[in-house]
Design a protein around this ligand. Structure first.
Ligand SMILES: [Zn+2]
Length: 568
C-alpha cells in the first residue's frame, strides 16, 4: 500500500473560480520534462493534486448551491464554474492525458499498481473530442434547467404550501383520503410541467447522439458504456439483469403488494398506498433534530464496529455535516468529497423520519469509503471508483446495522424498520431494471417519436411494476419517468445501484455467517479505493462480480426468508 504522499505542487488556498489562476499549473505540467518512471510517478501525483484542488472547488460550489437554492449568487457561482472554468479545463486535461499516454516511461511503470489509471487515462484520450466540449456544456445547462424546474415545484394541500418532498411525506399518513389528495396534487403539479421537461429531454437526446457519433460510436449507449468506464460488463449483462429481476424479484414484489392489499383490507393497491404502514400504525419518528440523528448514528456504528465508530466520530468536526431541513435547501441527501482535504461532506434534509435514518447510515457508508481510501497518493485511486462499488459501501451499512438500531427504535419498531427496508430493496430493484431497460431502449432507438416512447415506458411498467392499480391515472403513469433525475442529468448511470445492491445483500449474507469476516471484507474492499478493476474490488470483499439471474435468485431467497420471519 502506498504511503500518503503529499504534493506541494498546488497551494491549498488557490482561488479556482478564475480560470487564469488555474491555467499556469496545467501549463507547468504540460511543459515538465519527464525523464524516468519515478519522475512520471511524481508527475501523476502532482496532476492528481491539481485535479483534487479544482475538483474540491467545484464540489464546494455545488454544496453551497444546494444548501441555499434561493440565493441567486450561489447558483450563479456554480453556473459560472460549469460554464467558464470546466470547459476550459477539458482540453488541457486532454493534453495532459495525452502526454501521459505518449510518455515513453509509461510502459515502465509497475503494471500491478498502474493498470487502472493507465486504462482509464487511455480511455479518456480515445473518447475526447474538442467539438464535444461545447455540447457537454449545453447539456450541463439543460440539466440545471431540469433541476430548477423541479426545484421550483410546490403544491398546496389543505391550505398549506408544501415542497414536493414535504408533500411526499404525506403518503405515509394513515388517512387514505389525505394520501390520495396529496398524491394527486403532486401528480397534477408535475403534469403541468411535463411538456417543458419533455422538451428538455428531447433537446438532450440528439445532443448525446451527436457526442457519441463524434467519438466514433454508432449510438449513445455504446458511447456511455465506455465513458462510464464499464470495462467489466456489457449491455448483454444488463439485459441478463433485467431478465433476472423479472424472474426472481417481480414475483416477490407482487406477493408483497398482495399482502399489503390484504393487510389494508382493500382489493387493490393504488399508487398512494405504497408508503403507508399497511396496518395503519403511525409513521416511525426515530429522532428529533439533527443532533439526535448524529448521536444516534454514532452509537449505531460504534456498536457495529469500533473502527467504523471512530471514523464516524471524525464527521462530527463541525464542517462535515449539514443535515437539518430548512427552507431553500435542495431536496435529497448526498455525500460529496472534498478531494483536496481528503474529507467527506454529508448533505441531508433530516425531518425526523425513518427514511432520514436510512439516508444517514447510507451516506455514512460513502463517507467511510472516502476515509478508508484517503491514504492513496493518487487522486485517481482515492476518488476515481465507480458507483458499482461505492454503493456497496453505502448500502451495506443500511443492512449490517439492523441489530444496533436501539438508539432509534424499540425492538418492535426495529422489526417494522427491517420489513420496510427489505420491501424497499425489492421495489427498488424492479425500478432499477425498469429505468435501465428504458434507457437501453431510448438510446438504441434514437429516432423514436414521443408516442413510441410512451408505449415503451408503459410496456416496461407492466413488466417491472405490476400489481399497482393505475386505473383512471393513465396520464400520470405515462409521465412518471420524468421524476427520475438520472434520465436527465446522468444518462445510463443507474444500474450501478442494482449491481451494488446485490453486492450489499451478499455482504449481509456473509455478516450473518460471521460478523468479523464480513466487516474485514468490507473494509478491505473500501480501502482499495479505485485502485483495482471492479471484479478485483468485489473480490476483495469476497463477492463475485456478477449480477445475473443466479445471483439475483440467491439474494431474493435471503430476502424472502428474512421477510417471512418478520411480523407484518
Ligand atoms: Zn449512495
Amino acid at each position: 500500500m502506498t504511503q500518503a504522499a503529499t504534493s506541494e505542487f498546488v497551494p491549498a488556498d488557490l482561488d479556482c473560480s478564475v480560470f487564469d489562476n488555474i491555467k499556469p499549473y496545467y501549463e507547468r505540467l504540460l511543459a515538465r520534462d519527464i525523464n524516468s518512471p519515478a519522475e512520471l510517478e511524481q508527475w501523476l501525483i502532482d496532476y492528481g493534486e491539481l485535479e483534487a484542488t479544482v475538483g474540491e472547488a467545484h464540489t464546494l460550489r455545488y454544496v453551497a448551491m444546494t444548501c441555499q437554492t434561493d440565493d441567486p449568487e450561489t447558483a450563479q457561482a456554480y453556473r459560472d464554474f460549469e460554464e467558464k472554468v470546466v470547459p476550459q479545463i477539458k482540453p488541457l486535461a486532454f493534453s495532459l492525458n495525452k502526454k501521459f499516454v505518449d510518455c515513453p516511461h509509461r510502459r515502465e511503470l509497475d503494471a500491478e499498481r498502474y493498470t487502472v489509471l493507465d486504462r482509464d487515462t487511455a480511455n479518456e484520450v480515445e473518447l475526447f473530442r474538442e467539438e464535444n466540449v461545447a455540447l457537454e456544456t449545453e447539456l450541463s445547462g439543460l440539466s440545471q434547467d431540469y433541476g430548477t424546474i423541479c426545484g421550483a415545484m410546490t403544491v398546496t394541500v389543505d391550505g398549506e404550501e408544501l415542497t414536493m418532498p414535504q408533500a411526499g411525506k404525506l403518503l405515509e399518513e394513515t388517512d387514505a383520503n389525505l394520501r390520495e389528495r396529496a398524491w394527486r396534487v403532486v401528480a397534477e403539479r408535475r403534469l403541468q410541467d411535463a411538456e417543458k421537461l419533455r422538451q428538455i429531454y428531447d433537446k438532450m437526446r440528439p445532443l448525446r447522439q451527436r457526442i457519441a457519433r463524434n467519438a466514433g460510436f454508432e449510438n449513445f449507449r455504446d458511447y456511455a458504456f465506455r465513458a462510464l468506464r464499464r470495462f467489466d460488463y456489457t449491455p448483454a449483462m444488463c439485459e441478463a439483469f433485467h431478465a433476472g429481476v423479472e424472474t426472481h424479484v417481480v414475483p416477490l414484489r407482487r406477493q408483497i403488494l398482495a399482502e399489503r392489499a390484504q393487510a389494508m383490507g382493500t382489493n387493490s393497491v393504488r399508487p398512494w398506498d405504497l408508503a403507508v404502514d399497511p396496518l395503519g400504525r403511525a409513521p416511525l419518528r426515530p429522532f428529533e433534530g439533527a443532533e439526535e440523528l448524529v448521536e444516534g448514528a454514532h452509537q449505531v456504528f460504534a456498536k457495529l464496529d469500533e473502527s467504523l465508530g471512530e471514523l464516524f466520530a471524525e464527521l462530527r468536526d463541525g464542517t462535515s455535516l449539514d443535515l437539518e431541513s430548512r427552507k431553500g435547501k435542495a431536496p435529497g441527501g448526498y455525500q460529496a468529497t472534498r478531494y483536496r482535504q481528503r474529507k467527506p461532506f454529508i448533505f441531508m434534509n433530516a425531518a425526523g423520519t425513518a427514511r432520514d435514518v436510512e439516508t444517514m447510515l447510507h451516506e455514512a457508508g460513502h463517507a467511510f469509503h472516502t476515509m478508508l481510501s484517503r491514504h492513496d497518493a493518487l487522486n485517481h485511486y482515492r476518488n476515481g471508483y465507480g458507483s458499482e462499488i461505492a454503493e456497496v459501501a453505502s448500502m451495506t451499512m443500511e443492512l449490517l446495522t439492523y441489530d444496533f438500531m436501539d438508539p432509534f427504535y424499540s425492538e418492535e419498531e426495529n422489526l417494522r424498520h427491517r420489513r420496510k427496508h427489505l420491501e424497499g430493496i425489492v421495489q427498488v430493484l424492479c425500478w432499477i431494471a425498469q429505468i435501465d431497460a428504458f434507457q437501453h431502449w431510448i438510446y438504441t432507438n434514437p429516432e423514436h417519436t414521443t408516442a413510441e416512447r410512451d408505449r415503451a415506458w408503459l410496456e416496461l411498467d407492466e413488466r417491472f411494476s405490476p400489481g399497482v392499480d393505475w386505473s383512471g391515472l393513465g396520464d400520470f403513469r405515462r409521465e412518471y419517468w420524468q421524476r427520475q433525475l438520472h434520465l436527465f442529468e446522468v444518462p445510463f448511470y443507474y444500474i450501478e445501484y442494482g449491481i451494488a445492491q446485490l453486492g450489499a445483500l451478499q455482504l449481509w449474507g456473509q455478516y450473518k455467517e460471521g460478523a468479523n469476516g464480513a466487516l474485514a471484507n468490507y473494509r478491505r474492499a473500501l480501502s482499495l479505493g479505485g485502485s483495482k478493476p471492479l471484479p478485483e474490488l468485489f473480490g476483495a470483499a469476497d463477492l463475485p462480480f456478477d449480477f445475473g439471474p443466479e445471483v439475483i435468485g440467491r439474494c431474493m431467497a435471503t430476502v424472502k426468508e428474512e421477510l417471512d420471519s418478520l411480523p407484518a
